[in-house]
Design a protein around this ligand. Structure first.
Ligand SMILES: NC(=O)c1ccc[n+]([C@@H]2O[C@H](COP(=O)([O-])OP(=O)(O)OC[C@H]3O[C@@H](n4cnc5c(N)ncnc54)[C@H](OP(=O)(O)O)[C@@H]3O)[C@@H](O)[C@H]2O)c1
Length: 317
């Protein structure tokens, strides 16, 4: 990938897309192409094809998607499958038609079976039933992976899929109705500190194990894959650092400076008991995560406090 090549970042205002944009800018790439959702709705096939026909991007990062936590995934099941399938079909087909040299499709670790062997390796895809709460989203993501693979096989394209673990960082969604566990906890603890609440409520038992990766590490991995790793299928991206939800909540309280109690609401679902990616296919090529969870939380909390007006308004006690 040359510094002057035309690169389209789909979803450049989101958590992942904005980190990829920052990483490309910092690395000196100068021909970057992006559109807001309002300017180009990637669910609109005609508009997407017209955009690609005009711009002919040589590289594409497909980080536009409908994304959310357990609650949003579970209650807006139709939206999650339809929006994601539509975006993927339009962008991947448009890239094929204009001869895009390389496309990176952003998937998610929820594509793996609910009771997947741990750590999860790429070859465990489609070896068992999925987690029910986010099945429609996962099915859409699996379809995107298979679309890239099928196009590579039939048309000789060079499209790859990356499967990140749970991500966090600046520009995350901090809306308590629709966010992932880490930004939701960060906001809850911050608000509890401001209102001097005696305790905070955490969904589930606190025992599920989760792996987290700072989004700047993720962006670095995406650039690494698109430049140096000739994967034509899918590859996991993870930090290898696992914590329980309880440990995460405690660490967030420490970073925010909140002294109250943590109460676990066991009437709420836990989701998958353990989710750890085996990222050895990538780490064997020389990439590794650099930002520790504590350091990443401190940086993200600082960003959240400075940008509170940018983050979603919804606040659920
Ligand atoms: N967050 C995570 O922990 C995580 C973990 C693993 C994988 N991923 C993957 O990474 C990708 C990006 O996730 P994210 O967390 O960055 O999501 P995000 O913060 O919600 O950003 C998604 C982006 O997509 C754009 N978008 C949505 N629908 C669109 C449409 N119809 N047309 C044009 N743009 C549209 C959004 O634009 P607007 O804001 O203007 O609507 C937003 O910029 C997803 O594929 C997700 O599966 C995320």
């Amino acid at each position: 990938m040359k510094k002057t090549d035309k690169i389209f970042i789909a979803g450049h205002r989101g958590l992942v897309g904005s980190a990829i944009l920052r990483a490309l800018q910092q690395a000196g790439y100068s021909n970057l192409l992006y559109r807001t959702h309002a300017d180009l709705d990637l669910m609109n096939a005609e508009a997407t094809h017209a955009f690609f026909a005009k711009e002919k991007p040589q590289y594409v990062f497909l980080a536009a998607a409908k994304v959310g936590g357990i609650h949003a995934n579970n209650t807006r099941r139709g939206e999650f499958i339809y929006h994601n399938l539509a975006i993927q079909l339009n962008v991947i087909e448009a890239a094929r038609r204009v001869g895009t040299e390389r496309l990176l499709f952003l998937g998610s670790s929820c594509i793996y079976p609910r009771h997947c062997l741990q750590p999860m390796r790429e070859e465990y895809l489609l070896t068992g039933p999925l987690e029910q709460t986010n099945e429609p989203y996962a099915i859409a993501k699996i379809a995107g992976i298979k679309l890239c693979e099928a196009y590579n096989s039939q048309y000789g394209t060079n499209f790859a899929s990356v499967m990140p673990t749970n991500l966090y960082g600046p520009y995350d969604n901090f809306d308590l109705e629709s966010s992932h566990v880490l930004p939701a906890l960060l906001r809850k603890v911050h608000e509890a500190k401001l209102t001097q609440s005696k305790n905070i409520m955490v969904w589930g038992s606190g025992t599920p194990l989760r792996e987290f990766l700072h989004v700047d590490d993720m962006a670095a991995a995406c650039l690494f894959v698109i430049q140096k790793a000739d994967f034509k299928d899918m590859v996991n991206i993870g930090s290898g650092q696992e914590v329980t939800i309880r440990q995460l909540a405690e660490l967030i309280c420490e970073v925010v400076g909140y002294q109250g109690d943590i109460v676990y609401d066991t009437s709420k679902p836990d989701g998958t008991p353990r989710k750890l990616l085996d990222a050895s296919r990538l780490t064997q090529l020389g990439w590794k995560a650099r930002i520790s969870l504590k350091e990443g939380l401190q940086q993200t909390y600082q960003w959240f406090v400075q940008n509170e007006s940018l983050t979603a308004e919804t606040s659920v006690a």
